[in-house]
Every structure is written in structure tokens, then in C-alpha cells.
Design a protein around this ligand. Structure first.
Ligand code: FES
Length: 163
């Protein structure tokens, strides 16, 4: 008889209230956690570029040849294979924009140099200016890190050249 005097559903209401509260706290924690993670990446950007982008298979980049690569952000890069062998030192990736007035620089395998035809700008195989106006102004080509994995060539790009 006593059990009939207690209102039915009280334990169930308590449980549902508890589940509702926990769900709300979980949602708030997930929301603020995501916001904190985004803010942290914005306020403390990584100094270690890890934006590796596929460039080419090693077999498709013949010794002495180069290819033009354009980043998703529009930066123009020339990637050259300068010697035989699949080791990393035989490849180089440099900005193909001349630091003098912005003409396109290209790889000349027979002269082992990069060349800008606009004002005869000359750069060595590593991108250091050695002749013409870029050398006079000590303006070299920007170099990009490369890596090789399983016969594939990748380039590391700064975040601003991807966006
Ligand atoms: S733009 Fe390249 S040397 Fe002038």
C-alpha cells in the first residue's frame, strides 16, 4: 500500500535529468575544447613545416630534367633532378620566381645552373645567385625541403603557400 502513495516515475525523471546534464556538459566540453585547440594553433603556430605535398614519382623525373610545380596558394617552384641515383641530394626544389623582378627562372642541366632570361640572372645548382642583377643584389632563390618515400618525391610547403 505504501508504494502506491509515492509518485510513479521519480527515479526515472532523476536518471533522465542526470543523463541530460551529462550530455550538456559533454557538448560544452567538446565545443570549448575544439575552440581552444583552434585558438592554440592560431596563437602558437608550429615552427616545423609538415605540409608534405606529392610532386612526382622518381621514375618520371629524368636526370637533367625539371618540372614546374605550383602550390595550391599559387607559389611557383621548379623541381630539378640534377644527378643519377635516387638519393635526396640529387634533387632540388627552388622558387622559380626571380628575386630581381619576378621573371621565370628555369633549370639548365647542360650549364648546371638556373637561369633567368630577363636580365641574364644566373644561379648555381643550389639557387645561390652567381651572376647578373640577382648576384649584384645578393638575391638567391628560395629553397624548399624535399623528401623521398617509396619512390615518390614530396615537397614541404609553408602553410601560407597552401592556403
Ligand atoms: S628578372 Fe631575373 S634577372 Fe631580372
Amino acid at each position: 500500500m505504501e508504494s502506491e502513495t509515492q509518485p510513479k516515475g521519480t527515479p526515472r525523471r532523476g536518471f533522465l535529468s542526470w543523463v541530460s546534464s551529462m550530455t550538456m556538459f559533454g557538448g560544452l566540453a567538446a565545443g570549448y575544447g575544439t575552440l581552444a585547440a583552434i585558438a592554440g594553433r592560431f596563437l602558437f603556430p608550429s615552427n616545423h613545416p609538415d605540409n608534405w605535398q606529392f610532386v612526382a614519382t622518381l621514375e618520371n623525373l629524368v636526370v637533367g630534367q625539371s618540372l614546374s610545380y605550383r602550390t595550391p596558394g599559387g607559389a611557383r617552384i621548379v623541381v630539378a633532378r640534377q644527378a643519377t641515383g635516387d638519393s635526396l641530394e640529387n634533387f632540388v626544389a627552388l622558387s622559380s620566381v626571380c628575386p630581381h623582378l619576378g621573371c621565370a627562372v628555369h633549370w639548365e642541366a647542360n650549364n648546371n645552373r638556373f637561369f633567368c632570361p630577363c636580365h641574364n640572372g644566373i644561379f648555381d645548382s643550389g639557387g645561390k645567385a652567381t651572376g647578373g642583377p640577382p648576384a649584384a643584389a645578393n638575391q638567391s632563390l628560395k629553397k624548399y625541403p624535399l623528401k623521398i618515400e617509396n619512390g615518390l618525391l614530396y615537397i614541404s610547403l609553408p602553410a601560407e603557400s597552401i592556403a
